[in-house]
Design a protein around this ligand. Structure first.
Ligand code: RWZ
Length: 376
């Protein structure tokens, strides 16, 4: 296993080539796409805009296309009979010059993107057909996955049932993003083609981020009547999902949270393995920053009851420190992971029913890091 691993890793030291957008050479529709990128994404806009010029516009359009899909799926005011065909045919819409949609409710935060979607379709038709094909294929799979899932009455009323359903939902909304990006990286020669044969690795890249978001946003989602935590997990701790938010069930809520974190932690080593297959600094940064932010967020959430009361976030200072460390090399990225894994270990409590499993999960990540960067 270790030998196979070493073969995939490129022990090359990159220089920090920073790519910048050249606004003077951009068309009006390109500028508009970046405007919507800024508007719809707080965390991805900056890292996307520093991507290598070869990938800059394809990845921006990929983001905007999937954000558009997400905005349709998310809007509960759109009736199912309008929503279903939109989700299923969204990949065809991408090539329809001038297509736009004003059916979102006015309060929908990303409504403007779909109203002015013409800038996305205009740019889409100009990029390399290879990238178009990847975006179209992923949009088709994601749209159909969302349609199958989100129009299911069971899911809308009772939330996610089994852990298996939770993984499938996360695969549709995030795992597929990992697949599409990997295909783009390999197409551009900035990713090791071996990553394509490792679907578990790119799937973990998406699932880890999505699961950390679902854990952190539990209160906000609950207030919006959305339940993503699978019943198979929460029912071991409380009888009703809403009990998680009652102060008298504090210990149960914390133990349930631990089990959700344990579930997410399972993807951490595969994310590091994936990062080892990247061959270009801007692509590495783009992939590494969200993952290190995610492990820091997971650490912040672990045994933190505030999560059930309000939105919690890592501090600006912490985010800056992580950014600097994540834009150098894999060794520094693993150090960020080690730091947070140790912190999680320290907060782990023997009274927690998952105490042992959490300890083992931390050990698995630590051992993986030790196998690629032995300490002596
Ligand atoms: C990063 C190129 C918004 C595309 C997909 C993302 C909608 C629901 C939300 C496209 C990190 C949170 C953003 C896991 C990917 N899916 N899930 C590019 C997009 C995690 C990002 C957000 C998913 C996604």
């Amino acid at each position: 296993h270790v030998q196979e691993l070493r073969a995939i890793i490129q022990w090359k030291v990159w220089h920090n080539a920073v790519h910048e957008r050249n606004e003077s050479k951009e068309s009006e529709t390109t500028k508009e796409c970046f405007k919507y990128l800024d508007l719809t994404s707080r965390s991805f806009s900056a890292v996307i805009q520093e991507l290598h010029p070869e990938l800059l516009i394809p990845v921006t359009l990929f983001y905007l296309a999937l954000r558009g899909l997400d905005t349709i799926e998310d809007d509960t005011s759109i009736p199912a009979k309008t929503k279903e065909p939109l989700l299923r045919k969204f990949h065809e819409i991408l090539t329809v010059e001038g297509w736009h949609f004003d059916g979102n409710r006015p309060e929908e935060k990303d409504r403007e993107l779909l109203v002015n979607f013409g800038c996305v379709t205009a740019e889409f038709n100009k990029i390399k057909p290879e990238y178009q094909e990847i975006i179209r294929d992923i949009a088709e799979k994601m749209g159909n996955g969302m349609a199958d899932y989100c129009l299911n009455a069971e899911f809308n009323e009772n939330g996610v049932d089994k852990v298996e359903d939770y993984d499938l939902y996360c695969y549709y909304v995030a795992g597929l993003v990992g697949e599409g990006l990997t295909r783009m990286f390999v197409e551009s020669k900035y990713g090791n083609p071996a990553l394509l044969d490792r679907s578990n690795l790119h799937r973990s890249m998406g699932l880890f981020l999505q699961k950390v978001n679902i854990i952190r946003d539990v209160r906000e989602d609950f207030d919006d009547a959305r339940k993503f935590w699978p019943k198979e997990i929460w029912s071991k701790h409380v009888d009703k999902f809403e009990d998680l938010f009652k102060p008298e069930y504090k210990q149960q809520a914390l133990n349930c949270n631990s089990e959700m974190i344990l579930n997410a932690l399972d993807h951490a080593d595969e994310c590091l393995f994936y990062l080892a297959g990247l061959r270009e600094q801007s692509v590495f940064n783009f992939c590494a920053i969200p993952q290190t932010m995610a492990i820091a967020t997971l650490d912040l959430c672990f045994r933190n009851y505030a999560m059930f009361q309000r939105n919690i976030k890592i501090t600006k200072g912490q985010a800056c420190e992580i950014m600097i460390q994540s834009t150098q090399n894999l060794k520094l990225v693993t150090e960020v992971f080690t730091k947070h894994i140790r912190s999680i270990r320290k907060k782990n409590r023997p009274e927690d029913p998952n105490y042992l499993k959490i300890s083992i999960a931390c050990g698995k990540v630590e051992q993986f890091i030790e196998s690629i960067f032995p300490s002596q």
